[in-house]
Structure formats: C-alpha cells, structure tokens
Design a protein around this ligand. Structure first.
Ligand SMILES: [Zn+2]
Length: 91
C-alpha cells in the first residue's frame, strides 16, 4: 500500500511528456511573470482578465495598480490642499 502511494505521488510530480511538435506552453499555460502553472481562472475571485498570469501574480498585479492609484490620489489631495492654503480657504 505504501509503495503504491509512493508510485501515485511520483506520477503527480512526473514531468509531462509533450506531444510531438507541441510546446509546453500549448500543453500547459505558464505564468508569464514567474512561470508558475497555478492559473485558476475559476478560483480566487479572478475576473477572467490577465489569462497569462498565475493566481499570485494576478493579485500582485492588481495590488500594484491600486498602490499607484492611491499614491496619485494622495498627491492630488496635497495639490488641492496647497491651492486651498494659497487662497486661505483651508480651515
Ligand atoms: Zn506568476
């Protein structure tokens, strides 16, 4: 039984033999950033965009985009406050 379980585990991690003439990308999609095959469009609240990113890179990408937007909003907030200070309108 233990040997059979080991055999099954080996199969899980066995390298997939590719059909002749096909690339690994055609057989299994890999993340374009990190190479992970953990691409699960139906899980983790993914919205179907960025099909070539793994789940981690998908959300890291979203977080980075939001961080840039938050930084820009903070800069705009400071610019608005500066204008209000110049006009003595800031209370
Ligand atoms: Zn990735």
């Amino acid at each position: 039984m233990a040997a059979q379980e080991e055999g099954q585990q080996d199969k899980t991690y066995r390298r997939v033999d590719l059909p002749s003439g096909s690339t690994e990308k055609e057989v299994r999609m890999k993340c374009k950033i990190c190479g992970s095959m953990a691409i699960n469009h139906h899980l983790h609240a993914r919205d179907g965009s960025d099909p070539d990113l793994c789940d981690v890179c998908f959300w890291r990408n979203r977080a980075n985009i939001l961080a840039v937007e938050v930084k820009r909003f903070r800069e705009m907030d400071e610019e608005i406050k500066e204008i209000l200070r110049e006009r003595d309108l800031l209370t």
